[in-house]
Design a protein around this ligand. Sequence first.
Ligand SMILES: C[S@@+](CC[C@H](N)C(=O)[O-])C[C@H]1O[C@@H](n2cnc3c(N)ncnc32)[C@H](O)[C@@H]1O
Length: 55
Amino acid sequence: MGCAYGLSALHICGALKGREGAHHVIVDPFQNTTWRGIGLENLRREGIDFVELIE
Ligand SMILES: C[S@@+](CC[C@H](N)C(=O)[O-])C[C@H]1O[C@@H](n2cnc3c(N)ncnc32)[C@H](O)[C@@H]1O
């Protein structure tokens, strides 16, 4: 649950990366407030471009 710094999402997306149709949905009501977007930024830094954030 959640994203925070994106650690679990990085592991999940690492396993999905390169697969056709890869898509990861993250539900976190506080990613852009409390966490100031750092989880999404860390995913972006790793070249993960198939996440969807639902806040
Ligand atoms: C301990 S962190 C874990 C984050 C991630 N699963 C990881 O291990 O890297 C908990 C996260 O849950 C989020 N959170 C809090 N309430 C939530 C809710 N009702 N639904 C989804 N996420 C929530 C917090 O903002 C925080 O990012």
